[in-house]
Every structure is written in structure tokens, then in C-alpha cells.
Design a protein around this ligand. Structure first.
Ligand code: ADA
Length: 537
């Protein structure tokens, strides 16, 4: 088995402002990794370059894994560039020759200035830092990488295993499963593609999230992968998992906390997920970027369904229709599809949250991204969340129709105190207008509420108004068979715009539509919706 070092800890650090740091890097301070430098005094809220570095004893071929970083960066080994971080949040591997076995310097130049894929107008704060674990694994020259396991038949336990190996490796591979079952396969020109029917297996499901492992052994390498056996199928408006209809009820969730930013420690991520599961919910939409491996591992183990999507938020023409943008989106979609492929919790793959899908010319990129993901992943339903509603001209391309309507909030009128009576009729109207042969998901819905603002008139921004609105929404989803599910916008209040015109709709600089506040303290809506779910059980 490979040797893997966890490099988390206290790294050397320098904040460099507008000047991109050059080798030899000079560091005079320190920073915990994972961590966000723009949450550290005196750099709080600043946008600029930073460098973090540490010494590592290693040699030969190595794989550096970073479980998400942002907003972009570059990795240096003794001053030599060994990889670029282009997409915030995306867990990535960097394979390189570490040279002679001795002490080396690993440095990561980070930048939290906005870039091509992270625009300043996104309704979530862009943190600078290393968001998740950093590990370094010694690997042989003929190493195995990108193992992808999918369920071909959940009834018989038939799985497909694809793997690639460096340097066009050809030779035998032994597949040893946790059940004791052993199968033989062969790499040919660096590729292995085989199916195995496991004689004894357990299905992964929301109620019993059983996982399996397979150890792949070749003459040169040995790695273990975790996977789950489960099948997602769509049948008209229904989503089926292992042949049974499911109703998705959950939240959009940002990886964000006032004290840690995007670098939430596993304890806090697990606490969020436990709260969600114990509250009777079964689903997280990972808005609006790649999810950390830590979160996906937890969702696999806890039986929580996940919608995963690429980084994006309301990209607009002409950028949306440019070739450069298309290439970057395709690259990001490919990387994400491969990196999270084996997590059974991911049941929907998404991209380009809220784009100009009412324009026929946007069909090109919607189709291209769909085709890219489908070319790698033959099974998982693919879609995007639209806010163009009846005007959307792309619903025929995707597998699931997903809409972000905000009745009772963004359609408020002068003089109205409470518009919750419009919620159910609007949802029904929208559902009726959508294709009948595809599941219809309410991907976002909600209202702002400030924790502690109680108002008997149930006015906008009050906890009472939000509680009533979200109860209506969840009730609608539970009562209607033609609605496959709902993800409330959103789990917890999240830091958003800190300046600019939008801040005026974002009190405190937060998106306050959380059913919990940013410290996960429940608003009235939490009690109302969890009570409703408990009643329906
Ligand atoms: C959109 C968007 C979310 C959030 C939400 C809101 O639907 O997808 O990220 O900005 O609106 O609160 O307005």
C-alpha cells in the first residue's frame, strides 16, 4: 500500500498584496493549513496574493492532493512549478517527480482576486486559502490513477471498473473486494475496463448506506477505492434509487462559516450534516462549486444524497458564449466528474447555476457540458438550475428540470405584508409548464430572515414570514407526486457581498435566507419545517 503523509499544520506564510510572489519565497509569518488568510488579522477582507510554504521530506514520484483551495494558485516544489489551481474548491491531484529523497520546499502561491471563473458579483464570498486537507503520497512510476467504479445492475451486484495507469502500463491486476471476493483483470496500454459481479454485496441507500472497497493490485502499485452499489433511474417525473421512488428534501449549502470561511474543519461539516439528517432531511445541493472530499465521504457514510455542480453563478453573455469560457467550463466539468466519480452519494451532476437559458445561443454550451459529463459518466442524471422558468429553452437537453423560483420573496409587491398565499399556486403553475417526462425539482426557494427579528405581522425579513413560506414550499413538495424534491435556499446564513450595490439586499453582508444563522442557530423556520417532516413520517 502507498505511503501517504498528511501535510496539514502550521505553514510559513506571507501576504503579498498586489505583488505576485516569486521564488525564493520570503515568509515571515505563519498560517494554519487548511485555513483562509483573508480571515486572519491584519489581512481580513483583503484581496491579493499570498504564499504558504513548508518543508517536506520526500523523493521520487509523488502525488500531492489538495482538497480544495482558492480562488486560484500555483504549486511550487523547490521553486519549480508543478501545477496550477484554476478552479476554486475543486479537489485536485498534482503528480510530479520530487527528486532525491531529502528535505524539499513545498510552496503554494494563492490569490483571492476575482478571476475568469469567480466573478465579483457572485452571491457568496470568495475566500483566499487552502480549504481542505493537503496530502503527499509516494507513488511508483507505473502508478494507477483515476479509478472509476459504477453500478451496472443493482439487482445482481454488477459493477464496472475503469482505471488508468501511467506510462501505458500493460499487465495483470488483481481486484480484492472487502467481501473477500477476488477477480483478475488486465491493464492494456494503460487502460483497464472490466465488469465484475460481486457474489455477496450490500446496496447503498439513504436508509442503509453500506459501502464497499476494492484493492487494485498490480506488480507495481496497490490502491484501495471505496464505492457504493446503487442505481439511479428516472421514470417520468420520478427519481428512483435501487428501483424505489425517492423524494429529495434538503438544502442548498455553502461551505462557509464566519470563523473558518471555506476551510470548515471536518467536525463542523459533520455537525451540519448530522443536524440535517436528524432534522429529517435527506439531501444537499452543493451550491455552487465542487464539494470537498471530506463532505462527500461523510455523505457516503451517512446516506445523504448530493447534487454536485461546477463553480458558477449567473455567467452572462458575451462571456457565456465565448470559446475561451466554454473550454474552461469543459475542463472543469471533466476534472470534477472524474474526481468525485466513486461517491455513491452524488446522484445529480450540475453546472452553470442560473445562466441565460432563455437564449437559444446558450444551448450550445448547455449541450456541450452535458455531453462532456455524459461521455465520462454514463449513468448519473445531469442538469442545471434555471431561473428563466417558462422562458427556459434548454429543458429538453438535460435529464432533470430544475428551477429556482422565489415566490413570496422576489415577487413581493408594494403594500403587501405577506404574500405566502402565492407560493403553492406559483409552484403548481411552474410544474404544469415543465415537460411531463422528466423529474421536476425545486432547486432553490426561500426568504430572508434575520435571527431574532420576530414580528406578529409576519413582515418580510421576520422569522415568522420565513417559517410560513418555507412550510408552504416543503408541504407543496411533499404533497405533489409530480415534484421530485426541493432544496431550500439555504442551510445557513452565508457571507456574501461586502460592498457594491447588492449589499443593500444583503443585510450584514450576508445572504440571510439560511434556515439557521451563520453559527447554525435555528430560526423559527427550522422548527416549523422539521415538525412538518416529523408529522409526515
Ligand atoms: C439565486 C442564486 C443563489 C442566491 C439566491 C438568492 O437563486 O442561485 O446563489 O443568490 O438566488 O438568495 O437570491
Amino acid at each position: 500500500m502507498r505511503k501517504c503523509d498528511i501535510l496539514n499544520g502550521i505553514w510559513d506564510f506571507a501576504y503579498c498584496g498586489d505583488t505576485r510572489p516569486e521564488y525564493p519565497f520570503s515568509t515571515t509569518e505563519f498560517m494554519p493549513v487548511p485555513g483562509c488568510y483573508d480571515l486572519m488579522e491584519p489581512y481580513c477582507g483583503k484581496r491579493g496574493y499570498a504564499v504558504v510554504s513548508r518543508k517536506v521530506v520526500a523523493g521520487g514520484l509523488v502525488k500531492l492532493f489538495i482538497d480544495g483551495a482558492g480562488l486560484d494558485g500555483e504549486v511550487f516544489w523547490d521553486g519549480r512549478s508543478v501545477g496550477v489551481i484554476k478552479y476554486a474548491y475543486l479537489p485536485e491531484n498534482f503528480v510530479f517527480d520530487a527528486g532525491e529523497e531529502k528535505e524539499h520546499e513545498l510552496a503554494i502561491v494563492l490569490c483571492n482576486k476575482y478571476n475568469e471563473v469567480f466573478e465579483p458579483y457572485f452571491d457568496f464570498h470568495g475566500y483566499g486559502g487552502i480549504y481542505g486537507d493537503v496530502t503527499l503520497t509516494a507513488i511508483p512510476q507505473e502508478y494507477i490513477h483515476s479509478v472509476m467504479i459504477s453500478t451496472e445492475d443493482y439487482v445482481t451486484g454488477k459493477i464496472r471498473l475503469r482505471a488508468s495507469a501511467a506510462q501505458n502500463f500493460s499487465g495483470k491486476a488483481r481486484l480484492v473486494f472487502d467481501t473477500g471476493f477476488v477477480a483478475d483483470a488486465e491493464f492494456d496500454g494503460g487502460r483497464l475496463d472490466t465488469t465484475v459481479t460481486l457474489p455477496e454485496f450490500k446496496l447503498w441507500s439513504e436508509k442503509s448506506p453500506d459501502l464497499h472497497t476494492v484493492t487494485i493490485k498490480t506488480a507495481a502499485d496497490e490502491i484501495r477505492e471505496t464505492f457504493g452499489i446503487r442505481q439511479i433511474k428516472l421514470d417520468g417525473r420520478k427519481i428512483l434509487v435501487n428501483g424505489e421512488e425517492i423524494k429529495l428534501v434538503g438544502f442548498n449549502r455553502h461551505e462557509s462559516h464566519p470563523q473558518t470561511g471555506a476551510a470548515m474543519p471536518p467536525q463542523l461539516i459533520a455537525a451540519d450534516l448530522r443536524m440535517l439528517k436528524n432534522g429529517g432531511f435527506n439531501y444537499v445541493r452543493g451550491s455552487h462549486y465542487a464539494q470537498r472530499k471530506t463532505l462527500l465521504d461523510l455523505c457516503d457514510k451517512m446516506g445523504i444524497y448530493v447534487w454536485e455542480e461546477t463553480l458558477g453563478w449567473d455567467f452572462k453573455a458575451p462571456k457565456l458564449h465565448s470559446q475561451e469560457f466554454m473550454d474552461a467550463q469543459l475542463d472543469q466539468a471533466e476534472k470534477l466528474t472524474v474526481s468525485s466519480y466513486n461517491h455513491p452519494c452524488i446522484i445529480i451532476k450540475g453546472y452553470l447555476n442560473e445562466n441565460e437559458s432563455e437564449k437559444p445561443e446558450t444551448r450550445v454550451i448547455i449541450q456541450a457540458l452535458y455531453d462532456k459529463i455524459r461521455s465520462i459518466d454514463p449513468h448519473t442524471p445531469i442538469t442545471f438550475a434555471s431561473n428563466r422558468y417558462e422562458k427556459c429553452v434548454c429543458t429538453d437537453i438535460v435529464d432533470i428540470v430544475a428551477m429556482n423560483p422565489y415566490p413570496g420573496w422576489y415577487d413581493s409587491k408594494y403594500g403587501c405584508i405577506n404574500t405566502n398565499d402565492r407560493v403553492k399556486p406559483r409552484l403548481q403553475e411552474l410544474s404544469d409548464a415543465m415537460p411531463k417526462d422528466k423529474p421536476f425539482l425545486i432547486t432553490e426557494i426561500g426568504a430572508e430572515a434575520l435571527l431574532g427579528f420576530r414580528d406578529p405581522l409576519k413582515t418580510y425579513w421576520s422569522e415568522e414570514y420565513q417559517a410560513e413560506l418555507l412550510s408552504e414550499c416543503v408541504e407543496y413538495a411533499l404533497e405533489h407526486d409530480d415534484c421530485a424534491g426541493i432544496s431550500i435556499w439555504h442551510f445557513a446564513d452565508t457571507r456574501s457581498y461586502v460592498s457594491g450595490p447588492h449589499i443593500f439586499g444583503r443585510a450584514r453582508g450576508f445572504n440571510n435566507k439560511g434556515i439557521l444563522d451563520e453559527y447554525r442557530r435555528p430560526k423559527l423556520a427550522w422548527n416549523a419545517v422539521t415538525a412538518l417532516l416529523a408529522d409526515k413520517k
